[in-house]
Each structure stands twice: as structure tokens, then as C-alpha cells.
Ligand binder design. Structure first.
Ligand code: IP8
Length: 250
């Protein structure tokens, strides 16, 4: 039984400042994950590590080998920090860099190697993926967000629990979290999406919802919750209905 958890870049970094990591948040989350790693695949966002260089080099619109290299190096560094914190907390974790196992087509995952991820999980190892740059068969290169990875992996692994941790209490409308979002209710809440602070090249809250609605169409309910609040990651992994549920319309 697989679980896919994403921790957003806005939780583990300060998206307004280049390469600004929130060590204490990463350590706390590592502690919350520690006794719930069975079947778990972890994805984290790029935060200021990825979004700031990506924007600087005009990714994903522009093809820039230098931009790809620098942006990839930056998200790999954040991934190293996350894996190290997990290791220090006592979790057997291994890094997985999407650049080396994903091929996009028109910005969407066309192919992704997942068998080795299954083997890691079977061996009690936590695979730790992240938003990354990736090659694209129709546009040469692009960006694969952690959100798209979550949606793809949850389908490929037939995950039972899918949770996206952000720095807000769910999908906010007039300051309060919505109980649920479906394809049917999406048009009614379009006005609720505002650009958050910091740089984001992969679509913010609206992008997350669209990814998770793809998953909902395939029958998997997921949730968006606040990972900056202590205890919430643990609750999300236990299947508690916190935050906003993204589910298929009745
Ligand atoms: O933070 C973006 O991933 P996200 C990846 O999950 C890059 O949207 C390289 C900006």
C-alpha cells in the first residue's frame, strides 16, 4: 500500500530569498515522518532553490542548457539537505532526481521509471524526489513540478494516501479553507486564487489543484494541508481528513 506525500517548497524554504532553507521545518517534518515510512514516497518542492534560477534563465519557456544545469544543481542541493535531515532523524532515505528518470512531452510526463522506486520502498528505503528540470520530447526541455510527480506517481503506484503539504490551511477562499474541491466546483472558486509571495514558475495553488483533479478523475482523493503546522504531516499520513479534499465530482 503506497502513500505519496509532497512537502511544498514554501514550507521548507523561504521562496522570497534565494537558497534560503528552513532547517528547523525540515527537521520537524523528518521527525513526523519517522514512524510512518512504510509504503511512503516523498516528493518535495523546489522552493527558492529552483524557482529563482528557473525564472532567471527563462525556464521553461526558453531552452537554456546553462539554466537547466544551474537550476538542477540548485534543486539537487535542496534534496541533499532534505535527505541528510531524514537520515539524521533515523529514516533510511535515498535521493531520486527526476531529470534522470523522467521524459516530458509538451510539459507533461510521458515516461517515468518507477520500478526502482518500488524496489526502494520494498527494501524499507524512503525515495525522496523533487521538482526538477527535465528533457521534453517536443520542447527539448521543461520543468516537472513536484505536484505533477505526485499525481503521476500516485496513479502509477495506485497510492491509497496522497497529500500535498503547503504553508496554508488548504485551498483558501475568503481566508478560510474549503472542505473540498471537485471539477464541478472549480469554476466557482477561480477568484480565490491569488499569486502567493515569492517566485513560482509552476502555477501556485491553481496548478496544484489541476494536478490533483487529474488524479481525482482517476478515482483517487487527495488532500492539500498546512505542513507548517506541527503535527499535520503525521495526521495527513494517518489518513485524517485535514485541509481541503480534492475529489471526483458526484
Ligand atoms: O516547486 C518546481 O517544482 P515545484 C521545479 O514542485 C523547478 O513546483 C525546477 C522550479
Amino acid at each position: 500500500m503506497f502513500k505519496v506525500l509532497k512537502i511544498g517548497g514554501s514550507t521548507i524554504t523561504d521562496k522570497a530569498k534565494a537558497d534560503c532553507v528552513r532547517d528547523e521545518e525540515i527537521e520537524r517534518i523528518a521527525g513526523e515522518i519517522l514512524d510512518q515510512t512504510s509504503g511512503l514516497v516523498l516528493v518535495h518542492g523546489a522552493g527558492s532553490f529552483g524557482h529563482i534560477p528557473a525564472k532567471k534563465y527563462g525556464l521553461p519557456g526558453k531552452f537554456s542548457p546553462e539554466g537547466l544545469r544551474i537550476t538542477h544543481a540548485s534543486v539537487v542541493e535542496l534534496n541533499r539537505i532534505v535527505v541528510e535531515a531524514l537520515t539524521e532523524a533515523g529514516v533510511d532515505a535515498l535521493p531520486v532526481h527526476p531529470l534522470s528518470c523522467v521524459l516530458l512531452k509538451d510539459g507533461r510526463i510521458e515516461k517515468m521509471e518507477v520500478d526502482f522506486i518500488k524496489e526502494m520502498v520494498a527494501g524499507g528505503i524512503l525515495p525522496v524526489l523533487h521538482g526538477d528540470v527535465a528533457m521534453d520530447s517536443s520542447r527539448r526541455a521543461g520543468i516537472v513540478s513536484g505536484d505533477q510527480l505526485v499525481s503521476y506517481l500516485a496513479k502509477a503506484l495506485d497510492a491509497q494516501t496522497v497529500a500535498l503539504g503547503t504553508d496554508v490551511d488548504g485551498v483558501l477562499c475568503s481566508g478560510a479553507p474549503l472542505k473540498e474541491v471537485t471539477r464541478k466546483t472549480l469554476p466557482d472558486i477561480e477568484s480565490c486564487f491569488t499569486q502567493g509571495p515569492g517566485t513560482d514558475v509552476t502555477g501556485g495553488m491553481r496548478g496544484k489543484i489541476l494536478e490533483l483533479l487529474e488524479l481525482a478523475d482517476a478515482g483517487t482523493t487527495s488532500l492539500i494541508f498546512n505542513a507548517r503546522k506541527a503535527g499535520m504531516v503525521k495526521k495527513a499520513l494517518s489518513g485524517d481528513a485535514i485541509g481541503t479534499l480534492i475529489r471526483r465530482s458526484d
